[in-house]
Design a protein around this ligand. Structure first.
Ligand SMILES: *Cc1c(COP(=O)(O)O)cnc(C)c1O
Length: 393
């Protein structure tokens, strides 16, 4: 196998991408992870399952999402910028791709409940949405502090029929909600599927979620072939929280000459400022102090506020196939306004990290004038409007 083909292939049997990944869960959860891996493998190889997922993505989620040339902004920057529009998918981001995949898999496995953890609430809303669509009960674990901060998303989830459980242990945020969801899954894995929202967690999740998000990159590859004389862009860029929209995008281009760039939040740059460690079931770069205490991430965008990163990104960074950079909150706000006023697109703060790098790099040796760039716009910005208003005051 050539190096480019083996990049972003299946992880090893123990769930490793190079030195990262694995399945670090309590003994009681190992059978549940094994069963899930087998069930996913069988489903993914089954044309009936693939067909049902493709049909649901099309008729319910609105795929394929378009690739939009950012004409006015491109002229200003001197690069040819194309936007993969995940903001136009149902519920307003790429998260629906993964949750629909896991929801259909859970139903195929005979599970009747979905468990999820959520921080800002977006993955919780996507899970509540898919639960309603497929007739599955949904329980969402959420740190008590986040429940308070994200009142409107809690209401959305409840309106969609989900039960939101406030978690009052520890710091009462995402990390605690994740631990609680795992605890709950231990006793319920015969009836409940734990739906993880990004390319994180124990094997098989990082691999499975990347495969469910691969549709972004595969669509974009075909769309670029139509829009670009060279067929593939020089650079492919996406923001990285846990890493699912970036992994799905990169998967479509990893076997091409395109440079792959992931953009982390400066205050949550697990690859940029972290070191290897284990959190929530997997081995990866992680923000931690010298004693291995996990540090809190700080970012203007809740979706990138996680101290770790998916294990495959750690491997892509170490192998050199992808490059990881970061953007500051100020750069992100500037990028958000710029895109709104040149292209009429209000993007999510998370997505604006990728754009912030393009604005900074365009015309430099990192991104020379005349380059072609595909940027995955992971979500729409309506959810952030109130916060941006406060920040710009
Ligand atoms: C959740 C979210 C992200 C971060 O998640 P990844 O798994 O890194 O893709 C990015 N953008 C939007 C709009 C999100 O909702």
């Amino acid at each position: 196998m050539s190096p480019s083909r083996s990049a972003m292939a299946e992880p090893t049997a123990d769930g490793r991408f190079g030195a990262f990944g694995g399945c670090y869960v309590p003994e009681a959860l190992i059978p549940a992870c094994r069963t899930l891996e087998q069930e996913f493998r069988t489903a993914w190889a089954d044309p009936a399952f693939r067909g049902e997922l493709a049909r649901t993505l099309k008729l319910y989620a609105g795929r394929p999402t378009p690739v939009t040339p950012a004409t006015r902004l491109s002229a200003e920057l001197g690069v040819n910028l194309l936007l993969k529009r995940e903001d136009l998918a149902h519920t307003g981001s790429h998260k629906i791709n993964n949750v629909l995949g896991q929801g259909l898999l859970a139903r195929r496995m005979g599970r009747t409940r979905l468990l999820a953890e959520t921080g800002a609430g977006q993955h919780g809303v996507a899970t509540a949405t898919v639960g309603a669509l497929l007739g599955l009960d949904v329980t969402v674990f959420m740190g008590a502090k986040d429940v308070e901060r994200q009142e409107l998303n809690v209401f959305r989830m409840e309106l969609l029929g989900a039960t939101v459980v406030p978690v009052t242990t520890g710091g009462q945020t995402l990390a605690d909600a994740t631990s609680e969801a795992f605890r709950h899954w231990v006793g319920q894995s015969e009836t409940a599927h734990y739906c993880i929202g990004s390319t994180m967690g124990p094997h098989p999740y990082p691999w499975m979620v990347r495969e469910f998000q691969r549709v972004i990159g595969e669509e974009a590859r075909g769309q670029c072939a139509e829009l670009l004389p060279a067929g593939v862009p020089d650079v492919v860029v996406a923001c990285v929280g846990g890493g699912s929209n970036a992994a799905g995008t990169f998967a479509g281009f990893v076997d091409t000459s395109a440079q792959l760039v992931g953009v982390e939040a400066a205050g949550g740059a697990a690859i940029g400022s972290g070191s290897p460690g284990i959190l929530h079931g997997f081995d990866s770069y992680l923000l931690q102090d010298d004693d291995g205490q996990v540090l809190e991430a700080h970012s203007v965008s809740a979706g990138l506020d996680y101290p770790g990163v998916g294990p495959e990104h750690s491997h892509l960074a170490d192998s050199g196939r992808a490059r990881y950079v970061s953007a500051t909150d100020d750069e992100v706000l500037h990028a958000l306004r710029k895109l709104a006023q040149t292209e009429g697109i209000l993007a999510a703060l998370e997505s604006c990290h990728a754009l912030a790098w393009v604005l900074r790099a365009a015309g430099t040796s990192e991104l020379p004038s005349g380059s072609t760039v595909l940027l995955t716009l992971s979500g729409r910005g309506d959810k952030d409007a109130a916060q941006v208003r406060e920040l710009l005051k």
